[in-house]
Design a protein around this ligand. Structure first.
Ligand code: NAP
Length: 256
C-alpha cells in the first residue's frame, strides 16, 4: 500500500510522547510528513537519538528529548522545547505500560499505581500542562491513545484495560470543558497492532492462531493504520470532532 501524505499540518507544532518506536513513532512520522514540526521523546537517550536520526534522514522537521512521562521535570522539558520553537498545537499522549499479567482483581497495589501513574495520571498532567500553550493556538488538539481493551477488557491485562477505559472518560470530560475554547480532545483506541508491546501475542504462533480470527479483517494492524487517523484529528479536517473515542481495530466490535 502506498500513499502520499497530505500537507494538512504545515506550520503546526506537535508533541508526541513515547514516540521512538511503535505507534508513537508512526504518529510522529506521519504528523511530520504532513508538515508539522514534531518533538519526539521516550525514556532512553539512545532510542531518542536513533529515532530522531531516522526521521531527520527522511527530511522531516523533528527534534528529540528524553521524557519519562511520569516525571514532572521531563514533561516540562517538552513544553520548554515547544515554547522555544514557537508554541504548541497538537499533544499526542501515547505512553502506556502494562507491568503485570492477570485478571484485574489479581493486580497488586504497586502494579495498579504504576499502571495508573503512567497511563492515566501522566496523560491528565500532560493535557493540563499543555493547556497554556494550546490556548494560544488557533487549532489546539489533544489526542489520547487508549485501546480496544478500554472498551472490551482483556482477561490477561485487567488493570491496563481499566486504565485505558479511564482515558475514554478523560477524553469526554476534557472535551466538554475545552469545546468553547476551540480545543478538541479525542482518543484513538487501537486494536491489535504489530509493535514490541504486542510481541508476546504477535510472536507466538499458537496465540496468533486464536487472536487473528477474532479480527474481522483477518490481520494484525500496523502502526501506520493508527497514524492516519491521528493526523486527521490533528488537522483542520478534524476541527468539528471532539469528545470522540475512535476504535481502529480491523472491525473488532466493542461498546461500553
Ligand atoms: P511500543 O512499540 O512498545 O513502544 C513503546 C514506546 O514507548 C517506546 O518508544 C518506548 O521507548 C516508549 N515508552 C515506554 N514507556 C515510556 C514512558 N514511561 N515514558 C515515555 N516513553 C515511554 O508500544 P506501542 O504498541 O506502540 O504502544 C503505544 C500505545 O498504543 C500505548 O498507549 C499502548 O497502550 C497503545 N496500544 C497498543 C496496542 C498494540 O497492540 N500495540 C493496542 C492498543 C493500544 P523507551 O523504552 O525509550 O521509553
Amino acid at each position: 500500500m502506498s500513499y502520499a501524505p497530505l500537507k494538512r499540518l504545515t506550520g503546526r507544532i506537535a508533541i508526541v510522547t513515547a514516540s521512538t518506536d511503535g505507534i508513537g513513532f508512526a504518529i510522529a512520522q506521519r504528523l511530520a510528513q504532513e508538515g508539522a514540526k514534531v518533538i519526539i521523546s521516550s525514556r532512553k537517550q539512545n532510542n531518542v537519538e536513533k529515532a530522531t536520526k531516522s526521521l531527520k534522514n527522511e527530511g522531516l522537521d523533528v527534534r528529540g528529548l528524553v521524557c519519562h512521562v511520569a516525571k514532572a521535570e521531563d514533561r516540562k522539558k517538552l513544553f520548554d522545547e515547544a515554547t522555544k520553537i514557537g508554541g504548541l498545537d497538537i499533544l499526542v499522549s501515547n505512553a502506556a505500560v502494562s507491568t503485570t499479567v492477570g485478571g484485574v482483581l489479581d493486580c497488586t497495589e504497586d502494579h495498579w499505581d504504576k499502571i495508573f501513574d503512567v497511563n492515566v495520571k501522566s496523560s491528565f498532567l500532560l493535557a493540563k500542562e499543555a493547556l497554556p500553550l494550546l490556548r494560544k493556538s488557533k487549532a489546539g488538539r489533544i489526542i489520547f491513545i487508549s485501546s480496544i481493551a478500554g472498551f472490551h477488557p482483556s482477561e490477561f491485562l485487567g488493570a491496563y484495560s481499566v486504565s485505558k477505559t479511564a482515558l475514554l472518560g478523560l477524553t469526554k470530560a476534557a472535551a466538554v470543558q475545552l469545546a468553547r475554547e476551540n480545543i478538541t480532545v479525542n482518543s484513538v483506541a487501537p486494536g491489535l497492532i504489530e509493535t514490541k508491546f504486542a510481541e508476546p501475542i504477535t510472536s507466538n504462533e499458537e496465540v496468533v492462531k486464536i487472536a487473528v480470527p477474532m479480527i474481522p479483517m483477518g490481520r494484525v494492524g500496523k502502526p501506520r493504520d493508527i497514524s492516519g487517523i491521528v493526523a486527521y484529528l490533528a488537522s483542520d479536517d478534524g476541527s468539528y470532532v471532539t469528545g470522540e473515542n475512535m476504535i481502529i481495530a480491523g472491525g473488532m466490535s466493542s461498546r461500553l
